[in-house]
Design a protein around this ligand. Structure first.
Ligand code: COI
Ligand code: CYT
Length: 594
């Protein structure tokens, strides 16, 4: 009997335990969202801005409740706030939180509690759990690549960063990529008001640029730095665009920083400005998009963590941030650009167009020069070995393996017949007569190295051929050594150079042929003669000017990046020249994007 009672008690206990577990897992309020913001902290202005923007988004939906909790200034505060939500009898179906350190602290907890989690204002997150957390902020690694493009021109970099999960991790990222240039790095408590001692240390290191990984504090820091006689350029990141900086414009003037190029014409921007008296920063823009997208997903019937995560993953969401692409991990990607403080305002930095164009030109040039020197050296070797045979095979293979942008290497005889090729898999082109290709004719005439224009190669694609003549030991011309660039040669270089900037680059030959564009359909088309360009008179006029002028700028109207609608574009161009062939490298951006 005793045994029986014990068994019953056991069962009852088990049952009730099971019941509370399952009750807890199920009792989510599908109308309730929890929001955790750093109200009692140095970032109170950011928190208030986010709250305002969230209220705007919520107004567009019926019957939604939002509860705000204060994460205060650190991880402990955030966890306390999170526990308040999960201990509720009817807990929120989703939680939105701000700040990198909060994101990293709450990410494993939201997975454990199986609650859907959105993070905003979080450039850093240490992800350990799949499929629970969606992030609206671009990762610091991405932003840093863009910032580094600018920082690289300085020689003595000092870093002054907030001592938290944002500042410390961002600093590490810069250190990883530019370590040999860093002369000083100090972390500061964001609650401080006096930074003079640290700044005196920084001054001693004599930096030519001071990177401030800061929010509104940057205003006082800039003031105290200038008063101490620090003349270094100020450089910042996304959280630095705070109104405090304009109040100290005489000290912050010239600050350059990376920032999202969000949609300035989105109705949310005007609505926010009207409602709250100040224009929003990207913190509000992100907060608005996060809440609006979440409530849209919920309205479509998604409430479980899994369904919500899947709604975002792989999606391109169009909101106030512009076009936001979420990858499979739940991380957002969207364009950033350079901004600067000038004339007391936050402005799009004009230098970015020429900087990006020049960087791309130099990169393409450097690769061409490198290949060119290698082809030259190899062609000299072949004066002993000739055009075929074991040694030639080896030389072609080595040349190929040293140059990642090369599609194949060939030897061509004095009549213009291909004699040998590496890789061997293309051997069916051996014997092809390419004497009619203009660069071969030119090489035969001058016996000088050549670079072709875009040619229909015997390999079967539109390619570029770089050739050096081969002379035998008596100085007789016996043929040439050729390398063909990969079909995606320009794309591989340029897509990296414009990555995440709201600009596009294209390349035109002087005869009007488009030899590179993000739209593959355009490659090989001629701007002067092809039908798709005919309706765009301003573009044709510009192309004519480009064909006769090595450097310049202008404007035209044409289809946007996705060939959807006609937009006004601004453009600058420059020239890449190699062995008598010139092409125009152009950078264009939509006027309205800034
Ligand atoms: C970030 O962590 O990415 C932020 O922007 C946090 C902000 C409160 C400074
Ligand atoms: N192919 C090649 N012309 C071609 O068509 N490999 C060199 C030159």
């Amino acid at each position: 009997m005793k045994k029986f009672i014990r068994m019953i008690v056991c069962l009852v206990v088990l049952f009730s335990v099971f019941n509370t577990i399952s009750a807890k897992a199920n009792s989510k309020d599908q109308k309730l969202v929890g929001v955790i913001l750093p109200f009692s902290s140095a970032f109170v202005n950011i928190a208030n801005e986010q709250k305002n923007a969230i209220e705007l988004a919520v107004k567009e939906f019926d019957d939604i409740k939002v509860i705000y909790e204060d994460s205060k200034s650190d991880e402990a505060g955030a966890i306390e706030a999170f526990n308040k939500f999960t201990n509720m009898e009817n807990s929120p179906f989703a939680i939105i939180s701000c700040a990198s350190w909060v994101a990293t602290a709450l990410h494993p907890l939201s997975a454990k509690e199986n609650i859907f989690h959105i993070v905003i204002g979080s450039a850093i997150i240490e992800r350990t759990q799949p499929k629970h957390t969606v992030r609206f902020t671009l990762d610091a690694n991405q932003e840093e690549k863009q910032l580094a493009n600018y920082l690289i021109k300085f020689n003595r970099i000092a870093i002054y960063n907030m001592d938290n999960g944002y500042g410390n991790n961002w600093k590490k990222t810069i250190e990883q990529n530019l370590s040999d240039k860093i002369v000083k790095a100090i972390a500061y408590n964001p609650q401080n008001k006096d930074f003079k001692d640290d700044l005196a240390e920084i001054k001693k290191a004599n930096p030519d640029v001071l990177v401030l990984l800061s929010a509104g504090n940057a205003a006082i820091i800039a003031k105290q730095a200038r008063e101490l006689g620090i003349t270094a350029k100020f450089v910042g990141t996304r959280p630095i665009e705070r109104s405090e900086l304009l109040q100290e414009a005489q000290y912050t003037d010239g600050l350059v920083y990376t920032y999202p190029s969000y949609d300035r014409y989105h109705p949310m921007i005007a609505k926010y400005t009207k409602e709250y008296g100040n224009p929003p920063t990207v913190f509000a823009v992100e907060a608005y998009d996060s809440m609006k997208s979440l409530l849209t997903a919920a309205k479509e019937g998604n409430h479980s963590t899994e369904a919500l995560f899947d709604w975002y993953a792989g999606r391109t969401y169009i909101g106030a941030l512009g076009e936001v692409h979420f990858d499979e991990n739940g991380d957002a990607n969207y364009p950033y650009m350079y901004k600067e403080i000038s004339d007391g305002k936050f402005k799009t930095a004009n230098f970015q167009y020429s900087l990006l164009l020049e960087n791309a030109r130099q990169e393409i040039n450097k690769i061409f020069q490198h290949i060119d020197q290698d082809v030259k050296k190899t062609s000299e070797k072949l004066s002993v070995y000739g055009l075929t045979g074991k040694e030639v095979n080896k030389a072609l293979q080595n040349l190929f393996e040293r140059n990642e942008y090369v599609y194949d290497c060939t030897t061509i005889d004095a009549k213009g017949i291909i004699k040998n090729v590496y890789p061997k898999k293309y051997e069916k082109i051996i014997g092809a007569d390419i004497s009619k290709q203009p660069q071969i004719a030119r090489l035969h005439k001058t016996n000088e190295p050549v670079v072709s224009e875009a040619i229909d190669t015997v390999e079967g694609f539109l390619g570029f051929d770089l050739e050096h003549p081969i002379f035998d030991e008596n100085g007789e011309f016996i043929g040439s050594l050729s390398v063909l660039t990969e079909p995606n040669f320009f794309d591989r270089i340029i897509s990296q150079k414009v990555a995440n900037f709201p600009v596009e680059m294209w390349i035109m030959q002087k005869d009007g042929t488009v030899i590179y564009d993000v739209n593959e359909e355009e490659i090989g088309q001629n701007l002067f003669t092809d039908e798709i360009y005919a309706p765009y008179k301003s573009l044709i006029k510009l192309a004519i000017e480009m064909s006769i002028t090595p450097h310049g700028s202008g404007g035209y109207s044409f289809l946007d990046k996705k060939l959807d609608k006609t937009v006004e574009k601004k453009i600058i161009w420059t020239t890449i020249a190699m062995h008598g062939t010139e092409v125009r490298l152009a950078l264009a951006h939509v006027k309205d994007d800034f």
